[in-house]
Design a protein around this ligand. Sequence first.
Ligand code: CMC
Length: 392
Amino acid sequence: GGVFTYDPGFTSTASCDSTITYIDGNKGELLHRGYPIDQLAGQSHYLEVCYMLLYGALPTAAQLEEFETTITRHTMIHEQMHNFFRGFRRDAHPMAIMVGVVGAMAAFYHDSTDISDPRQREIASHRLIAKMPTIAAMAYKYSIGQPFVYPRNDLDYAANFLHMCFSVPAEQYEVNPIVSRAMDRIFTLHADHEQNASTSTVRLASSSGANPFACIAAGIACLWGPAHGGANQACLEMLKEIGSVDRIPEFIERAKDKNDPFRLMGFGHRVYKNTDPRAKVLKESADEVLELLGVEDNPLLQVAKELERIALEDPYFIEKKLFPNVDFYSGIIFEALGFPTSMFTPIFALSRTVGWVSQWKEMIADPQNKIGRPRQLYLGETNRDYVDVENR
Ligand code: CMC
């Protein structure tokens, strides 16, 4: 009984109040704690943005130094966890490994599963932000049959991630500052995005009082889907399938055909109906990185650019307000840096961890916090009597 508002897909329901991220979908505006995303991507860096998302304002120099030291000192994972990785098949998708390993952290860091203690909540936040790149890099190394590479404390967050992915014991990967800056910018652009599907999943999971590692594992599982974070992998695979500029019209027609389930991956957004401000920054970054690496004439980039041009002029995409989102250009950069497509969504997951953790922290501290328990519109059978199997 009772009267419920029916809102499938939550297109018009606010599930919480929050002071972390503001989006104006019509203006294409994204603010974290009030700071515009293009300023953060251009002038700040990822760990500073992490601090600001977690604690509400930009840090002083001393606060930033302390935070960076804390995160750097938490990058190692328990040595026993290596066995957990080794239990997977080598061809396991790194996202499957991440869901498992992050959930398993609850068994390795018992102290930070006590969510009633604010200090333990803070340590859990630091552990998650610090260890996620290590876990993602280990999932990658395992998949290609190379030994795990330990983190290096003399490198910054993005450079250390590149090191853990691309160094081998016989040879240290030489981190180019422009490349690590581009990586850091990608992390920053993915840091938070208010109540998207994975963040809502983290909040719903934690509304029951579940431990933070279980909640973040739930968020990673949700992010994996192709309509959400999995779109970056799906987008690059689509660009490869299109293959050359002359085949674009065929795929545009398929995307418009209602009898064909095909969609242009990396296009469209639930909230942005004008432009995705993150895609704008990434587009410039993609040009810069490809030029640096001397691969501007990469055929995938040519296809991406031409696809964008044709789609933006097509009445179908104009009418439905569909344009490239963050996943459209990130994949091209990852490809240029040498990541396989299976690593695209893990990089999104490690970048978004700070957003999940900040939203979790905000929620736990909120006195209005109660278990999430949606209702439904029941459309099934009404009350009927049980019939014995021989009489059916
Ligand atoms: N290609 C072709 N048509 C599309 C696309 C697309 N990418 N996206 C939406 N449409 C059409 C859709 O068919 C529908 O048409 P109609 O009104 O005639 O039925 C209309 O546009 C509205 O689409 P919707 O699915 O009702 O919109 P939504 O807000 O539920 O979905 C979306 C948003 C992002 C899931 C969707 O645009 C999509 O599937 N895009 C492709 C996947 C993608 O790039 N996802 C990444 C999202 S951004 C960041 C992230 O979370 O990773």
